[in-house]
Design a protein. Sequence first.
Length: 140
Amino acid sequence: HHFLKYLKHMMRREFRNLYRHSDIAFGALDMTGTGFVTMDRFMESIVCKRIEEQTRRQQLLNLKNKLAVTKRDIKEFLVLTNIFDQQACMTYQAFKKFFFPQLCHATLDEKEADDMDSQKGKEEKRAKREMQNDKQGHII
């Protein structure tokens, strides 16, 4: 459960940092304009490659006892979270709701249903602090 939450946070952060908005991120994955992204195309994305590379580098440097995330881990995560339908395709709405939840206007019941998003854990608070520190560090 903790590993899934960690991976979900990493993927959301990478999408947000690389693309800033769900339309741009989905467009980068759906270059043909079909309106959906296949799991294979998602696995080939720059986000998956960056997560794999960053976690491998952090493990080699032994930073914060991080776990190395492999493409197999990412694929298992995607299957467990049911983002993709039975044909291994993901629509824009599912993508936006999962990776950019702050852009979706969810009701209170929907927010409570997603326990990973509604519970603020130590890791999420720490990640938010790190993100704020990163923003302050990049200001010239």
